[in-house]
Design a protein. Structure first.
Lengths: 455, 515
């Protein structure tokens, strides 16, 4: 099945979608104002330039979609932007000093830096959503994408910079990015391409061994080989969070393509076995797991961040302490050093309470459900599988990091999509949204074309 | 078909997000109170910094510890270094110890003695109300005991035998906690200076000092043997007189007597054996008791497990004392008969705390009923002006309870032998210095026992004394005591005089209307 070539622009604009940006226009400035009032103790909203810039950015992007005749899912971008807005409010509330970007000699605070990345991310999203006429270059060159991802991985492994015991950062001059984010997207493209092509074989045929029905192993080999190679490097780089995420995406996509739970089951069995081995072999895995079982054994050492995160959840309670009024400083520092990145969910839960944190998860769930809806409506297997994989890359990542914060699973350092501080994560997340928008848009146009009697 | 699977996937993902919501509810609602009470929670630390802390008074209403808030930072002042260990300290930087630690929730007002008030305060979001504590210890006796120890290294623990109220609890060398609990800018220097003081001033020897008891443990052996009927006050061992000079061979190991000086060996029953502190006699008693009964009685007296001074909710923890090797859950079995025989007179792997030995003396004094010790007498409403004394409103008061450990007859027999050990013809030369009559109290008998704990390695032995007074028939003992002086040479010289003087001081204070 080949993609239908359709005009992407030049359609009459649709403006009602713009309404969905309105709540955001309220939330972000209000969050900034509350933070400033709590900080200064005076009834003064404080500087609003970042808030206004963010709202303007989202409004312009929405308008660009509307004016260009975007016909796809109307909720995905506004919801993603709202999630990002909450993150920006939180980052603006944190001390701005230690982190930030130096842009042409101007020292930017953390929130300002994040806003710069928002601009880049939204631009990337718009380019993908509005200019991607055809996904052929994705589907036909799936091995190329896999190779590009693998190459990036190897380069990172060889030349990357080590941060917190894991080698995840690739530096080009002064600009660093976490290559795992780009690899994630290219891996999803590869798996989607492979599964779309082979899913009937994988779902239907099976090797019979007596009464046992085994999966058609030969057809799985290329897929598993690429995946295992990626996983190996990721695991060696000690990036446990990304490893878990990749495995989750892989198994879930396999399940969606074939409908066979046995794949997932086998994968999970292998995962459990691998985890047990890793626990025995690697100190850093052992530390994570022991720390998960009882962080209070070493509350000032290995368990420090986990324990402090739990305290933050506890302090927040049902309604939260209010922006700028939680997160007591310990010796002039945040109680949780990795608060802007790995533990931002705990910070939001403290200041906005269970209501706010549950709401944030709810927004993410809306995004996930809309993404899956794009997959269900998609007109061809590749688009459907791609939409599933992209949605999972956001949804599973949220589940893994939030569950890690909540001590439901061992903590692994990955970002909360759209919320955590970090440019690579934002760029990748908006690229994912851009791809989802483009699939959705093309589907809508195809449906319209089929429905039109004179075509 | 993909669409069907996607729908199934959506259902699973909704379930997964629901699990996160449950997780949020667990930590933010259900577990939140428990997390909020943990002392290393930054919120708790921040609250401590600025919160007023309750006052600690002695039994007589004298201020021992009080706080003021200056520039939003709570500073604590301690009035009497003699109370350094029992009161402990509450330092923002260096943590809390002693009563300050165990009663921290009441002193800070984090919780209220009345759970209902607690709930109401929580619902109304009221500010914490600090509470004041009154100790059972009279500052005059505590200071006197500290002065008696002087520059020596050691400990004194005194208990009211009939109630369990702690009367004195001194460990030397001591320290002044004001330096590192008051002005935060000076805290570090004051704390570091402590490191230069010899003999570990921060160690609370009353509760955490582990000492070989030597002969004072014979009181435990005798109590067990008398109560179980293994011996009577008249029981003798025919081989004993010869063994006093030749040694007592147990499983190939020869137990030797300590130098008896001018005392000629004879066939001794309990009283003279206790007076001269015959190791041979008590080795026989220990072997006759056997491992099972010996360990059983040791446990009844509180050995082999940590002790608590206070209630089940709030207490000062006392390290476990041992009559044999230590295991994770108490006293080990004896390796052989040699160890049992040596333990029976307080050597081998025996290891005790001064608090445990004071309780042993108090139990004998109280006719075999062991009191449960307590050091905080009551909790009161915070007094606005501490120097004007405690507030009249008592929120909760404590009292110990009593537990029968040995029969009253066995206790009476043992008391007689211990009185002989102080006043008897033979005993006088050992424990005579423990008699309160030497310190200006007339008409009162004293019961006591000295101990000299060999340390080996050429180190001077530790000096022990345990005892109680008044100990004559029909009198109710008012004080039981344990004294240890590290390297004090012998119990007679190093410890008994301190024991006698402190007991005499208490009887004097009682006579003048204290307590």
């Amino acid at each position: 099945m080949t993609a239908r070539r359709v005009p992407l622009t030049g359609l009459p604009p649709r403006l009602p979608g713009l309404r969905l940006v309105l709540p955001l226009a309220l939330i972000v400035p209000l969050g900034f104002a509350i933070t400033n009032i709590a900080r200064t103790g005076q009834l003064d909203p404080g500087p609003m330039d970042l808030a206004v810039a963010f709202v303007a950015l989202v409004a312009v992007a929405s308008a660009a979609l509307a004016v260009s005749g975007y016909r796809g899912d109307p909720l995905i971008f506004p919801v993603a932007a709202t999630i990002g807005g909450l993150g920006l409010v939180m980052l603006n509330r944190l001390p701005q000093q230690p982190l930030g970007l130096n842009l042409f000699g101007v020292e930017l605070g953390m929130a300002a830096t994040q806003l710069v990345w928002f601009c880049l991310g939204v631009t990337v999203m718009l380019v993908i959503a509005l200019r991607l006429r055809d996904d052929g270059f994705l589907r036909h060159f799936k091995y190329t994408w896999a190779l590009a991802g693998a190459l990036l991985l190897v380069i990172t492994f060889l030349f990357g910079r080590e941060v917190n015991g894991a080698r995840l950062w690739l530096y080009l001059g002064p600009f660093g990015f976490q290559s795992g984010e780009a690899i994630k997207v290219s891996l999803v493209v590869f798996i989607a391409g492979y599964l779309a092509e082979n899913r009937r074989v994988l779902a239907g045929a099976s090797l019979r061994l007596g009464r046992l029905r085994l999966p058609p192993v030969p057809y799985l080999v290329p897929l598993v080989a690429v995946f295992v190679a990626v996983m190996l490097v990721v695991v060696i780089s000690r990036d446990l969070g990304t490893a878990l995420l990749f495995l989750g995406i892989f198994l879930t996509m396999l399940f969606v393509a074939t409908g066979r739970r046995s794949y997932v089951l086998m994968g999970l069995l292998l995962f459990v076995a691998g985890s047990l081995v890793a626990y025995q072999l690697f100190g850093h895995v052992r530390v994570r797991v022991d720390n998960w079982i009882d962080p209070f054994v070493d509350p000032t050492g290995a368990g420090y961040q986990t324990v402090q995160a739990l305290y933050a959840f506890g302090r927040g309670g049902l309604f939260g302490s209010g922006l700028g009024q939680g997160l007591p400083m310990v010796g002039g520092h945040l109680p949780i050093p990795a608060l802007p990145t790995d533990f931002i969910f705990a910070g939001i839960a403290e200041e906005l309470g269970l209501i706010g944190a549950a709401g944030l998860l709810g927004l993410m769930l809306v995004l996930v459900v809309r993404g899956l809806r794009v997959a269900m409506l998609a007109r061809d297997d590749f688009s459907a599988m791609l939409a599933v994989g992209l949605t999972l890359s956001l949804g599973l990542q949220t589940l893994i990091i939030a569950a890690g914060n909540l001590k439901l699973i061992p903590l692994t350092g990955i970002t909360f999509p759209f919320v955590s501080y970090g440019g690579s994560s934002l760029l990748a997340s908006f690229a994912v949204v851009g791809l989802l928008l483009s699939i959705s848009h093309r589907t809508a146009l195809a449906v319209a074309a089929e429905g039109a009697p004179d075509q | 078909m993909i669409a069907t699977n996607v729908r199934r996937l959506a259902r699973y993902l909704v379930l997964a997000f629901a699990a996160l919501w449950l997780g949020l509810g667990w930590w933010q609602v259900l577990e939140a109170p428990r997390l909020a009470a943990r002392p290393d929670n930054p919120e708790v630390i921040a609250a401590r910094r600025s919160a007023l802390r309750g006052t600690i008074f002695d039994a007589d209403g004298q201020v021992l510890a009080s706080s003021v808030v200056i520039d939003g930072i709570s500073r604590r002042t301690y009035g009497d270094p003699a109370f350094g260990h029992v009161v402990g300290y509450a330092s923002l930087r260096y943590g809390t110890t002693g009563v300050e630690q165990a009663w921290d929730d009441l002193l800070t007002g984090r919780s209220d003695p009345n759970p209902l008030t607690d709930l109401v305060n929580d619902i109304l979001d009221r500010d914490p109300q600090p509470r004041d504590l009154t100790l059972t210890i009279d500052r005059r006796l505590q200071d006197f005991a500290a002065a008696q120890l002087g520059t020596g290294v050691g400990a004194v623990v005194a208990i009211d035998p009939s109630t369990g109220a702690i009367l004195a609890m001194v460990s030397t060398p001591t320290f002044d906690a004001t330096g590192f609990s008051g002005d935060p800018t000076a805290a570090e220097a004051a704390w570091l200076a402590l490191a230069d003081v010899p003999n570990h001033p921060l160690l609370d020897r009353t509760r955490r000092g582990h000492y070989t008891p030597g002969s004072v443990l014979k009181i435990l052996t005798a109590a067990a043997a008398l109560d179980s009927g293994v011996i009577t006050p008249q029981t003798t061992y025919p081989d004993q007189p010869a063994q006093e000079t030749d040694g007592f061979v147990v499983s190939g190991f020869t137990i030797r007597e300590h130098p008896l000086g001018e005392v000629a060996p004879a066939l001794w029953p309990l009283s003279p054996a206790l007076q001269v502190s015959s190791n041979i006699f008590f080795a026989h008693v220990g072997l006759d008791l056997g491992e099972g009964r010996f360990l059983d009685y040791a446990r009844r007296f509180g050995f082999c497990a940590p002790l608590r001074i206070g209630s089940a909710e709030r207490f000062l923890a006392v390290d476990a004392s041992y009559v044999s090797g230590r295991t994770d859950d108490g006293c080990a079995s004896f390796i052989d008969r040699v160890e049992l025989a040596n333990a029976a007179y307080g050597q081998a792997r025996t290891e005790v705390t001064p608090t445990q030995m004071a309780l042993l003396a108090a139990t004998v004094a109280n006719g075999g009923l062991m009191p449960s010790p307590f050091v905080v007498r009551d909790v009161r409403v915070h007094a606005g002006d501490p120097l004007a004394g405690p507030d009249g409103r008592v929120l909760e008061s404590y009292a110990g309870d009593l537990r029968r450990v040995i029969g009253s007859e066995a206790a009476a027999d043992l008391r007689t032998a211990m009185v002989d050990a102080v006043h008897g013809e033979l005993g006088r030369r050992y424990a005579g210095a423990g008699a309160v009559t030497l310190y200006g109290i007339s008409g009162v008998l004293t019961a006591g026992k000295t101990g000299t704990a060999e340390r080996g390695g050429g180190l001077a032995p530790h000096a022990w004394f345990i005892g109680f007074a008044p100990a004559q028939d029909g009198a109710t003992p008012a004080i039981a005591i344990a004294v240890i002086v590290e390297g004090g040479l012998s119990g007679s010289v190093g410890a008994a005089p301190i024991g006698g003087a402190v007991m005499a001081e208490w009887l004097r204070l009682l006579g003048s209307g204290a307590g």
